[in-house]
Write a protein of this length. Structure first.
Length: 358
């Protein structure tokens, strides 16, 4: 629930609080919310600058870097990381600005793959087939060392500074790792030479990627739940973990082609369950992906199962109107329904969700 100044003035007008109390309460609310992400111009500038800096050393590394040696790449990354570390410490410890400190800290973590890549090239541990810029576009088990190092640095930064945005590069790395683990497992199970196993091997790799993505996503969601239960409720450390976990789980699940309509109905049921999980946990990420999954299933029905049906669009419209009516009912009884759903949550998580809702 967001409180606006006009609401406090309305309380003053009704005689519930005095003008002085409204002023003091508003000052307290502003003080407590200054470090919470919000859509203000200051915060937009923070995130824009931080993402540009992070992107400059990750997604937007150009072909010109291919001409640099491993030692040069490593020392450039190390110098930038040192600057980011000093900025993080100064912004947090001296200026008490948690949001920009989180962004500069995330910049340090995001530089880790580049630094490790430079070290590998420098000491001849890299075969040279893939340049660093492919790290964010190609699935390859050889990125695992870079990802493990990033998780280690991210864990140390989180332990030292306790800033929620530091979870973002860690969660992104976990998502990358879920994709890069599949080729590693494939090589272990079927041999390192894909040509030796032929078409069956490529099919097995694709299936393995799907299963690894689903399983890895579930593990990350469980970790996010544990983080949520151990949270103090003031800072949201679990958000990025939920996002990475749900994206990996839902992406792997949605890529699985089922030859039967029963399988597709199960897929739809899972996505509907995600809607209710999102309502129970107060996490919109479950609802967003769940809604996408239901929409994909309805699209399948429209294009395949009922492609020649005159009644299907009419029935779909009625379903849509029914969902709107369900939304109206939900709004009227939201607290009661949410309270019932939360009965199934562990007690620490239930208390956290209820405190967040309040």
């Amino acid at each position: 629930m967001n409180i606006e100044r006009s609401q406090l003035q309305a309380a003053v007008g009704r005689g519930l609080i005095s003008e002085a109390q409204a002023t003091q309460l508003w000052a307290l609310l502003e003080e407590q919310s200054k470090d919470r992400p919000a859509f203000t111009f200051t915060h937009v500038l923070y995130y824009l600058g931080g993402l540009i800096a992070i992107g400059g050393m990750t997604f937007y590394v150009t072909f010109g870097w291919d001409r640099l040696g491993g030692a040069e790449i490593f020392f450039i990354a190390a110098v930038y990381a040192l600057v980011g570390l000093v900025a993080t410490h100064y912004l947090l410890e001296k200026m008490q600005l948690a949001i920009p400190a989180g962004l500069t800290g995330a910049f340090v973590v995001a530089l880790t793959p580049l630094a490790v890549y430079g070290l590998q090239v420098w000491f001849g541990w890299w075969d040279g087939k893939q340049p660093y810029r492919a790290y964010h576009t190609l699935v390859d088990s050889r990125w695992i060392a870079m990802e493990l190092a990033t998780l280690a640095v991210g864990s140390v930064m989180l332990w030292r500074y306790r800033l929620p945005f530091l979870v973002m590069p860690v969660a992104g790395t976990l998502w990358y790792m879920s994709m890069d683990l599949a080729p590693l497992l494939h090589d272990y199970l079927y041999g390192a030479d894909p040509a030796a196993a032929g078409w069956v091997s490529s099919q097995a790799l694709w299936r393995l990627r799907q299963l690894v993505s689903v399983g890895f996503g579930l593990i990350v969601v469980c970790v996010a739940l544990l983080v949520d239960m151990r949270s103090d409720g003031k800072r949201d450390f679990a958000f990025w973990l939920y996002l990475a976990g749900v994206a990996a789980f839902w992406g792997g699940l949605s890529s699985m082609e089922s030859g039967s309509e029963v399988g597709k109905m199960v897929y739809c049921a899972i996505n509907i369950a995600m809607l209710f999980i999102g309502a129970a946990l107060g996490r919109r990420v479950f609802a967003v992906f769940g809604a996408l999954g239901v929409a994909f299933y309805l699209g399948h029905l429209a294009s395949r199962v009922f492609a020649n049906s005159l009644l299907f669009p009419i029935v779909l419209t009625l379903i849509g109107l029914g969902v709107i009516a369900l939304g109206v009912l939900w709004q009227r009884r939201e607290q009661e329904i949410s309270r019932r759903l939360r009965r199934y949550l562990p007690a620490p998580l239930r208390r956290l969700v209820e405190a967040r809702a309040a």
